[in-house]
Design a protein around this ligand. Structure first.
Ligand code: FEO
Ligand code: CA
Ligand code: CA
Length: 674
């Protein structure tokens, strides 16, 4: 989110076909442990699916309407909305009573723990019995915009002047509702008579919140920095929050990414004043851009875990990738610390040729980095349980993009000889992972323009990195202090535009097309902006602040403007789908775009969908047959209030806005985008 303040051939043969997590899931892996070990896994991935289709829809123009806008011949179902109850034992949230303070009621938090969470983000579809019309959906619930939920709550506008804090002090139940509304929602869904619906009372339905017990796995389990008064062993955490994008593993588990965790911890200034606290703890919090005094959500008022002077190490227990088994509602989620700790946007695993797993990840903050984890052990397609802890052992790397168009993956490994050693503040590998941002900086990683989703194209294996934007990228060389360290804020080869208002997308080709390679080549694939008015360039050497670049595609009249690329997804044909979060060149709403990545239409970007007023568009996940596109509509009507809602989507009339998951289909059936 953008804070509005001041995703039966032999095994070797399959791997040669660049078997991706997506292919495996399409083959029906995510069915049940019994099927995992059976021949279904080895069925050709596309055996039961229709042929990938070429793009053939009529693109839409940017829209400012408080509505879902789609090309002619397309329709959508609102699949599930914030507050919809997952079971009959809990009532639905009645949003017509928000203004009367229904969420301040005694049972509001308890009910919210049984209802679909707020501000949906990542979506991943786990087919049941290999089907495209029946599965389990995992959805992140990233944050709460409290000003739209509680009457009289000044929301983010009241953070700076203390008014929000005063409101939560008076109504501490706000914090409990907010904690219950964040995390992950898991829900069974079905398409019947052409329409998608969620299955109330399904055994798969589950909420994971900021209070759910979660195990710690990997090198940081039991590390001293992970220990708290409540958890002296450093092995179990309560909850996950700030869950942004995510991913799915080839063994059919869900990965949820903890992103803006710095917004939840209060009173860093008071912690700084303490003489008995390891200065490195304070330095780490500063590097993570913790707020100096209060937090964005004021959870510390109701839960001392979020008060830094009381719980100085609690933040180290967040900022991780969390693995969840959607098919086992009783399983305990696990924080995979081998994947590093930073503002995780998402995590995209792919099976490399030798069977090891590579996981691509972005750290979404200005001047932060792009990472790749490579597992030590290999994926075992015949034994789901053997893959269960694959993400606990391996090496995390960070990307350095060189001006030559080449790049390197630099290993974040503790080494007594340096640079990641005691002299630099790292006692062991756990320290390196907990303070991954600091380690990456010391290795000379390339500071990026807010790297968000990083995903592999299932047809070519190339990696795409969405860099949302970075208005702090200066025109001239110079050093600025950002995120607790001094950094050159000038454009670099991979972030070539000063005042990068509309973001860009980078394409990586791993050396030898091998996902375990530590060398790669790269190029700018797309530079957001308005292709009209002579701004379209076909050669990146000509780039200026207001230039737009679409992989060299030169016909401006056939291109849609785009800004702030955030999440990306792929259909089976390998077309790149992009959803946005933030400023559009023409001031229109966020939406969904698509472009081929190969062939004569490479870079021909066209807008497919526009979202309602004030929303961010997230998710971007296809059903295995490509006939449904699942999208999250996050924070419609952002910045409004129950008294003055700024959107009435999806229910219309005078209703309150509700973040919801939608399922987009072609009328009469067919591949989305065809
Ligand atoms: Fe939560 Fe980086 O978007
Ligand atoms: Ca975002
Ligand atoms: Ca995002």
């Amino acid at each position: 989110m953008t804070r509005r303040i001041p995703d039966a051939p032999a095994f070797a043969t399959l791997l040669d076909r660049r078997l991706s997590r997506r292919d495996v899931l399409r083959a029906g892996v995510a069915v049940a442990p019994a099927a995992m070990a059976g021949s279904a896994l080895f069925a050709p991935a596309h055996a039961n699916a229709s042929k990938p289709a070429q793009l053939g829809f009529k693109p839409i123009a940017g829209s400012k309407a408080d509505a879902i806008v789609l090309p002619p011949g397309y329709t959508h179902d609102v699949l599930i909305r914030w507050g919809d109850s997952l079971s009959s034992s809990v009532p639905d949230l009645d949003t017509s009573k928000l203004e009367a303070g229904v969420l301040l009621g005694a049972k509001a938090a308890e009910y919210q723990r049984g209802q679909f969470g707020e501000n949906c983000d990542a979506i991943h579809f786990f087919p049941l019995n290999g089907r495209s019309d029946h599965g389990v959906l995992c959805v992140n619930n990233e944050y709460t915009d409290d000003g739209t939920m509680f009457p009289g709550h000044p929301g983010f506008r009241g953070v700076g002047n203390g008014a929000s804090r005063a409101f939560v002090k008076e109504h501490p139940q706000v914090a409990h509702v907010s904690k219950a509304a964040q995390g992950v929602s898991i829900v069974e869904i079905k398409r019947e008579r052409g329409r998608w619906r969620f299955v109330k009372d399904s055994r798969f339905n589950r909420r994971i919140t900021a209070d759910t017990p979660i195990d710690i796995g990997g090198p940081a389990r039991g590390a001293s920095l992970m220990k708290t008064k409540d958890d002296p062993a450093g092995e179990r955490v309560f909850g996950t929050f700030a869950n942004c994008a995510g991913g799915e593993t080839p063994w059919g588990t869900y990965l949820t990414a903890e992103e803006n965790i710095q917004d939840y911890f209060a009173n860093l200034e008071q912690l700084k004043a303490r003489k008995d606290v390891d200065p490195f703890i304070i330095e780490s919090h500063r590097r993570f851009r913790m707020w100096k005094a209060q937090s964005l959500y004021n959870w510390d008022i109701a839960d001392a875990r979020f008060n830094l002077p009381v719980a100085p190490t609690e933040p180290f227990r967040f900022g991780w990738i969390v693995e969840i088994d959607p098919l086992d509602p009783k399983s305990t989620p696990i924080k995979r610390t081998a994947l590093g700790r930073f503002a995780h946007e998402g995590a995209s695993p792919i099976i490399a040729r030798d069977g090891r797993i590579a996981v691509y990840m972005g750290d979404d903050d200005k001047f932060e980095y792009v990472y790749k984890f490579i597992s030590t052990a290999r994926f075992d397609a015949k034994d789901r349980a053997a893959n269960r802890n694959l993400l606990d052992r391996g090496t995390l790397h960070v990307a350095r993009f060189d001006a030559s168009g080449k790049g390197q993956w630099l290993p974040l490994v503790f080494d007594p000889k340096g640079p990641l050693n005691a002299a630099a503040g790292f006692r062991d590998q756990a320290d390196v992972l907990i303070k991954a941002r600091m380690a990456a900086y010391l290795l000379g990683a390339t500071p990026m323009d807010r790297p968000e989703d990083v995903e592999a194209n299932p047809t070519t294996g190339r990696i795409y990195i969405a860099c949302t934007r970075n208005e702090n990228r200066t025109a001239e060389p110079g050093t600025v202090t950002y995120g607790g360290r001094e950094i050159d804020s000038a454009p670099n080869a991979a972030n070539p535009r000063a005042s990068n208002a509309f973001g860009h997308i980078i394409e990586i080709t791993e050396a030898g097309d091998d996902h375990t390679s530590l060398e790669f080549s790269w190029e700018v694939f797309l530079m957001g902006g308005d292709p009209a008015g002579g701004r379209l360039i076909t050669d990146m050497k000509q780039v200026k602040t207001d230039s737009a670049y679409y992989a060299g595609y030169g016909n401006a009249a056939e291109l849609s403007p785009i800004g702030s690329p955030d999440n990306v997804g792929f259909d089976r044909a390998g077309n790149l789908w992009i959803v946005t979060d933030g400023a559009q060149p023409d001031g229109s709403n966020d939406g969904c775009w698509v472009t081929p990545t190969v062939g004569p239409n490479r870079g021909r970007l066209q807008q497919f969908m526009s979202g309602p007023t004030g929303c961010e568009v997230c998710g971007c996940q296809f059903s295995p047959d490509d006939e449904t596109l699942f999208i999250s509509i996050q924070h419609p009507g952002a910045g409004g209030s129950p008294a003055e809602p700024r959107s009435h989507w999806p229910d219309g009339g005078k209703s309150q806005p509700r973040a919801s998951v939608i399922a987009i289909r072609k009328e009469g059936g067919g591949v989305v985008g065809s």
